[in-house]
Write a protein that binds this ligand. Structure first.
Ligand SMILES: *Cc1c(COP(=O)(O)O)cnc(C)c1O
Length: 426
């Protein structure tokens, strides 16, 4: 028995499923999860001493690679000064100023502890601001695990094959209107029917929790126009795309400004951080200025801020990171595309910048329904091959691959060679 297997057998007796977040359990690929002991750059080392080239990057945060010396140094400095004060600190001011500088639509921002919390709070602010209740969410988009968002959610919910979660009273999702991603006709119909009641439309500007699904040309523009017309709040959930598609995230990349934006993952540099921000007029409904209550004992935690600030400042001052991610993305995902073509594999590769996904389906993937046509058994076989050869992909067809600035061209070439070997031997 490996040390990972040993730990997992103990874990399942004391932690539901042996993990603290479902997709980590490797359930959909029928394997035992690897227990990770340490990580450096683009590589993970498990408790048995195996190393893996990592394409998860902690599900997004580690855009500069694991254990970046500059981030670690800032965290160590902060630790020495005390772990938490429950009072205002200078780092929070620096963080807010930096976010507002990097993202042009954000005039004010509130720090929280996770992406889930950021979304939940942004939705509450939008409802408080508009005095309306209904929110629109798209099938296959994942916005964390708060009650109102657990309808046809992506990520682990999709992997587990359950459209909705038990334990969520009907009342909590009654005001959540569903729409297919990229379906402009459907969203227009929803607005015609409910427009005056819609507080907010929340969307992943690039769907990155049902694999990777790009917004169709004109889709985000249409959402922007409808929200403006009906005075609804447009919320971009940039928990994955924020600071990844570029300094200014998807808003900058697609040239569209949302009214509110939610962040997580990269913003904390590996520490548990989330944030929501946007127009001052909306953010001023939040307590203690306004009447929308939202609070957090550990929000803006000094150690978490140190990690986040270190990573974001680095991204702010090193635009070459994004150039590198773009070119690695083209090499990896373009390479997979070329491989599919050469070997006549009927698969789809969707990608933008450093985010990408190989879908095991012959249908173009543009929404939840088409993503679901993927052959998850075929994915599983491929996943196992890659893992056995030291390449650590997300253990689900419905998750993105994440490149970091620590990946090299050699890493990417090795990955492509490994995929080629798998598909040619098959
Ligand atoms: C991960 C994710 C969340 C939830 O963030 P947590 O920090 O896991 O709570 C919300 N929205 C999107 C788009 C995400 O990818």
């Amino acid at each position: 028995m490996t040390r990972s297997e040993e730990l997992f057998s103990k874990a399942v007796t004391k932690i539901p499923g042996g993990v603290n977040s479902p997709v980590r359990a490797f359930g959909s690929v029928g394997m035992t999860p690897r227990f990770i002991a340490s990580a450096k750059g683009a590589y993970l080392t498990d408790v048995d001493g195996n190393t893996y080239l990592d394409y998860i990057g902690s599900w997004g945060p580690m855009i500069l690679g694991h254990a970046h010396p500059m981030v670690l140094e800032q965290v160590e400095e902060a630790c020495k000064k005390g772990l938490s004060f429950g009072a205002a600190t200078e780092a929070e001011v620096c963080m807010a100023e930096l976010i507002c500088k990097m993202v042009s639509s954000v005039e004010m921002v509130r720090m929280v502890n996770s992406g889930t919390e950021a979304v939940m709070s942004a939705i509450r602010a939008a409802r408080g601001y508009t005095g309306r209740n209904k929110i629109v969410k798209f099938e296959g988009c994942y916005h964390g695990h708060s009650d109102a968002m657990l309808v046809k959610a992506g990520s682990g919910v999709m992997t587990a094959g359950v459209p909705d979660s038990a334990g969520v009273p009907k009342g909590c999702t009654e005001d959540t209107l569903l729409c297919a991603y990229n379906d402009m006709e459907a969203i227009e119909k929803l607005f015609i029917e409910y427009g005056e009641e819609i507080a907010a439309v929340i969307v992943e500007p690039v769907g990155a929790n049902m694999g990777v699904v790009l917004p169709k040309f004109g889709f985000l523009e249409r959402l922007r126009a409808l929200c403006t017309e009906y005075k609804s709040v447009l919320v971009f959930d940039e928990v994955i795309t924020g600071f990844r598609l570029g300094k200014g995230g998807a808003q900058e990349y697609y040239g569209i400004e949302a009214d509110l934006v939610t962040y997580g993952k990269i913003i904390g540099g590996g520490m548990p951080v989330g944030a929501y921000g946007g127009k001052k007029e909306i953010m001023e409904v939040v307590a203690p200025v306004g009447s929308v209550y939202q609070a957090g004992t550990l929000s803006g935690n000094p150690v978490a801020m140190a990690a986040g600030l270190a990573q974001l400042s680095y991204l702010d001052t090193h635009p070459e990171v994004y150039t590198k991610l773009q070119s690695l993305g083209r090499m990896l995902y373009g390479g997979l595309e070329a491989l599919c073509e050469e070997l006549a594999l009927p698969y789809q590769v969707n990608y933008v910048g450093s985010l990408g996904c190989l879908f095991f389906t012959s249908s173009p993937v543009k929404d939840y329904t088409s993503a679901k046509t993927s052959d998850t058994k075929a994915f599983t076989e491929y996943f196992r091959h890659m893992l056995t050869h030291g390449i650590y992909l997300a253990p689900s067809q419905f998750e993105a691959m994440f490149l970091s600035a620590a990946h090299t061209e050699e890493d990417v070439q090795r990955t492509l060679a490994c995929a080629r070997e798998y598909f040619t031997e098959k």
